[in-house]
Design a protein around this ligand. Structure first.
Ligand SMILES: Nc1ncnc2c1ncn2[C@@H]1O[C@H](COP(=O)(O)OP(=O)(O)OP(=O)(O)O)[C@@H](O)[C@H]1O
Ligand SMILES: Cc1ncsc1CCO
Length: 520
């Protein structure tokens, strides 16, 4: 019999120990197939070979009825005994080469991988597919390290585009993270994961059919979005010229609607960012408790995550708020304050990027340099001292923001004397602003709040929101610095808030110094 053609989209991996007690394992398998599972792996670590064969025969009866391939975990003898469609082995099990010899070429063979080296070896050893994991913490595995979507992408990138090796991501895959993992798997190589492997999300679910339907739907949306990213056409993009023209009405709408923004911000700037948000016309709520994050996600219009003064409870709240904002389709603005300054800040930045889809990243050169390193962009690095960026910045800042935006499939705004914004396709330099802004603390954090208010009323174009958010405050900075009553940073700080409130929408057009940057 020739090797079956496999659809890896939704791969159920069973676990008797986690099976919902309201039904048998066989029922879970059948319900999940009815819900859209395309491939099943029977994983029984506790059974002896005889009992394993007994159970495998029964499961195979079910899967054959629906023409869904069945693979056996870590036991080639059982796979051969029941004539299963294939087997799956782990790194500590029988080797891939040995398993292939025993199985023959007509069976499907998969292997678990957790590093680029293991993936390359699996390819060389003749595997049909690799499981890439552990993506997130799970009840079934507690690895020392999880890969997150960024780590998954790194592994996927070592597999040549033309290779026949298929890939599934495994580990903590649930309906609320499937879309993001699949979407973010698309990297420079143009490959997307071929499927998601799920254990708890199906076997423990109260209804395995509904859970599978939901997972398959999320996988397909993620796959479609990833394909669009690869083709560079995720959004219908307005020209920069049209984006700029939209700013005066955008500011008027912001003031009319006064969108509510959930801030999880730092102790230093909390008051200033709340006041800047109010002055602009928006409405802030500063709420650092994870317990209320879900409730807030339903009523706010955008979320700011700022890691300026890090504590574990802030991080928990940011992750909760970000995940719920993703579910509610509310834009998430991430301000990785001091990201490169300490290991804790760098690790927290990685954790946040791996836990949610961030819509807009805003940082200074040092912070963006750290993000570039985390997400695997090959750029020069910029040192930081505390929360401030050191040195004169990148030699080609526009190229850096564009590369990070493209890779993370989001908008990146990099502040400094000149600010740069890119969505991976459109890139601009904003030459407004005043040096006084660099002499008060939190002017970057206030920019993030301003961007968040604009993102709330520009949900379909976060690039427009980021440029407008920066421009509005930079114009206010220029206006404040010109005032006779401003004699230094202290008086500037108060005048700055005044001038944010005094900004006339038309000034967003007449005073903007924005240049489009064409990069290859
Ligand atoms: N010399 C300058 N000329 C013009 N604008 C400036 C200057 N310095 C800072 N700015 C403006 O100040 C804003 C904040 O940028 P900056 O890079 O200082 O943020 P940051 O370092 O993240 O600040 P913080 O951490 O204090 O919040 C940006 O809009 C930027 O354009
Ligand atoms: C000075 C400072 N330290 C932690 S956060 C912060 C404000 C700038 O974001």
């Amino acid at each position: 019999m020739p090797k079956p053609v496999v659809d890896y989209s939704l791969y159920l991996v069973t676990d008797s120990g986690l099976n919902n007690p309201s039904r048998t394992l066989l029922q879970s398998v059948e319900d999940s197939i009815k819900g859209g599972v395309t491939l099943v792996q029977l994983r029984e670590k506790e059974l002896d070979t005889e009992a394993f064969i007994e159970l495998a025969k029964k499961v195979h009866e079910v899967t054959k009825k629906y023409n869904v391939p069945l693979l056996i975990n870590d036991n080639i003898e059982v796979a051969l005994a029941i004539d299963a469609e294939g087997a799956h082995v782990g790194q500590d099990d029988i080797s891939c080469v040995e398993a292939r010899k025993l199985l023959g070429n007509d069976k499907i063979l998969g292997i678990s991988t957790g590093t680029p080296e293991e993936a390359k070896k699996a390819l060389a050893d003749g595997a049909d597919y690799i499981g890439i994991g552990t993506c997130f913490m799970t009840q079934t595995k507690s690895p020392k390290r999880t890969l997150g979507p960024i780590g998954v992408r790194t592994i996927l990138e070592v597999i040549p585009k033309e290779s026949e090796l298929k890939t599934v991501v495994i580990g903590g895959i649930k309906h609320d993270n499937t879309r993001r993992v699949v979407e973010h798997s698309a990297g420079s190589h143009g490959r997307i994961v071929d499927g998601v492997a799920v254990v708890t999300g199906i076997v423990s679910a109260s209804d395995a059919k509904i859970a599978s339907e939901q997972l398959l739907r999320e996988f397909r949306i993620g796959y479609e979005n990833a394909s669009k990213h690869i083709q560079g056409q995720c959004q219908a993009r307005e020209s920069v010229e049209n984006v700029l023209k939209s700013f005066p009405p955008l500011l008027s709408t912001l003031r009319e609607k006064s969108p509510l923004t959930h801030h999880i911000s730092n102790y230093v700037v909390m008051n200033d960012t709340a006041n800047a948000t109010l002055a602009l016309g928006g409405s802030p709520i500063m709420a650092p408790s994870a317990v209320e994050a879900e409730d807030l996600s339903k009523v706010v219009s955008s979320v700011v995550l700022n890691i300026g003064t890090l504590t574990e409870s802030f991080v928990e709240c940011m992750i909760e708020a970000g995940k719920h904002a993703n579910v509610q389709s509310k834009p998430v603005i991430f301000d990785p304050v001091g990201a490169g300054a300490t290991t804790l800040r760098e690790n927290t930045t990685r954790r946040i990027l791996n836990s949610m889809h961030v819509d807009i990243i805003k940082g200074n050169a040092g912070e963006i340099s750290t993000i570039a390193k985390i997400v695997g962009c090959d750029t020069e690095s910029i040192a930081m001292r505390g929360v401030d960026s050191l040195g004169s910045g990148f030699s080609n800042p526009a190229a850096v923001v564009q590369a990070v935006a493209k890779r993370e499939k989001c908008v990146v705004a990099m502040t400094g004397v000149i600010d740069y914004v890119s969505d991976g396709v459109r890139t601009v330099a904003i030459k407004n602003g005043h040096s006084y802004q660099g002499r008060i603390t939190g002017s970057g954090c206030m920019i993030a709040s301003s961007i968040a208010s604009f993102a709330a009323i520009s949900p379909n174009d976060h690039f427009a929101a980021a440029v407008a958010g920066i421009l509005a405050l930079n114009l206010a900075g220029e206006h404040a610095a010109r005032r006779d009553d401003v004699r230094g940073p202290g008086t500037f700080r108060a005048a700055f808030i005044d001038e944010i409130a005094n900004l006339v929408p038309e000034q967003m057009l007449t005073e903007a110094k924005i240049e489009t940057i064409q990069l290859n």
